[in-house]
Design a protein around this ligand. Structure first.
Ligand code: CA
Length: 230
């Protein structure tokens, strides 16, 4: 399953933390932003699958953020607001929000609405017939949309972590990645273990790829980290 990346834009820390816990519990990746202007910058620069957007925020309000984001991006946005004023709802949808939910809300309802918006986004993406993304090195091909890896056209079974690690290496092909970079991008950023886990998983990947197919995909840069290259 795809791990959705969700930005929670909310300046009430308690609510933001609560949402974060609930969404992470659902298997999503989350980040919190409490400032309107920074939120706008992050939404257009970083690649989120969905944004939960509070209306009343310091520096820039949620309606303004939504309107400005829509000039550049179709990222799904669900507005959150304390006010249940019907005018707000109309305004939220007018400016291009995908949905709108009033505080206080029940978590199952929010999750249900998020799923609707995410599904709609995916089917639109499919309908567009967008070229399927392909990542590759040598005779190895990854299809992120299908979560599949093939070598010479034959499928390779990987665990979730092995897949995530390989995807991160492929997305940074030819760039040497340090253990810390790998750890913070493939494991949760607050993972408390040591970086040995990276070496362990690199070894697993090498067993399933390099050893099995007699190819050198993953190179060790001694004292630095790892790189995947043709
Ligand atoms: Ca607020």
């Amino acid at each position: 399953m795809k791990k959705y990346r969700v930005l929670i834009v909310e300046d009430e820390r308690r609510i933001a933390r609560f949402l974060q816990m609930e969404l992470e519990h659902e298997g999503m990746n989350t980040a919190i932003e409490d400032n309107g202007r920074r939120a706008y910058e992050r939404i257009v620069q970083e690649n989120y699958d969905l944004v939960l957007l509070d209306v009343m925020l310091p520096d820039m309000d949620g309606f303004t953020i939504c309107r400005k984001v829509r000039e550049l991006s179709q990222v799904p946005i669900i507005m959150l607001t304390a006010k249940d004023d019907i005018d707000d709802k109309v305004q939220g949808l007018d400016i291009g929000a995908d949905d709108y939910i009033t505080k206080p809300f029940a978590t199952p309802e929010l999750l249900a609405r998020m799923r609707v918006v995410l599904r709609r986004q995916e089917s639109q993406r499919e309908a567009k017939g967008a070229q399927e993304e392909i990542l590759s090195v040598k005779n190895l091909t990854m299809y992120p949309a299908r979560h599949e890896v093939q070598v010479d056209g034959a499928p390779v079974e990987l665990t979730k972590k092995e897949y995530d690690l390989l995807e991160y290496l492929l997305r940074n092909k030819r760039n040497v990645l340090t253990r810390d970079q790998i750890l913070s991008n493939v494991w949760d950023y607050d993972y408390m273990g040591d970086t040995n886990v990276v070496d362990v998983y690199i070894r697993y990947l090498r067993q399933k790829l390099d050893d099995r197919f007699q190819e050198k995909y993953i190179h060790t840069m001694r004292g630095v980290g790892y790189v995947i290259k043709d």
